[in-house]
Design a binder for this molecule. Sequence first.
Ligand code: SAM
Length: 193
Amino acid sequence: MFRKNLKNEFWTEKAKKEGYPARSVYKLKEIDEKFRLIKKGDKILDLGCAPGSWLLYISERTGDEGVVFGIDFDDIKIELAKNIFFEKKDVMEEILKEKNFDLVVSDLAPKTTGIKNVDSGKSLELCVRAFEIAKIVLMPSGNFVCKIFEGSESDDFFKEIKKDFNFSTRFKPKAVLRQSKEIYIIAKDFNKG
Ligand SMILES: C[S@@+](CC[C@H](N)C(=O)[O-])C[C@H]1O[C@@H](n2cnc3c(N)ncnc32)[C@H](O)[C@@H]1O
């Protein structure tokens, strides 16, 4: 417990110093650096974007030539740069008229109960929805990143993703606690059918 708190504190302090509202930014940063996902000028959709640290990071990486759309049913806690657009909505509702995204990222997470099967089941529902949205809005060859809590059905979900992308893998960033069930699916090069 002590080690867990220390690790959380380290990333939280770092985020505070660097002007991000949440430590989760370091998960996306590591994923981006390792898998080379975000380019200047990209158009990106961020599902479950509050409080907004991924939005901020993406907006910096795409620059003013790019654009990032964020969706969450909670409020964000960042100032909107001119390349950031935010919609306060439940992703389960119909969303977005925008299409042709280079990248869809989902850090969607349910409110956890502490009961593993319940939490991984709820996480899977959000992942299935994020994947459904990605398939509609991604451009051919676009990329998809999705957080999932590993559980009995997460392997089947990963197999579904594999069918639609030419590259896919699972990755656990350093800012995720070792004992956590949270991992990220990275899928690149969408085969739009
Ligand atoms: C871990 S947080 C995202 C942190 C964010 N990536 C950041 O760096 O600031 C997960 C988010 O998913 C959102 N969320 C969960 N279910 C949702 C839903 N059905 N519709 C919209 N947002 C949802 C929560 O409100 C929460 O803000």
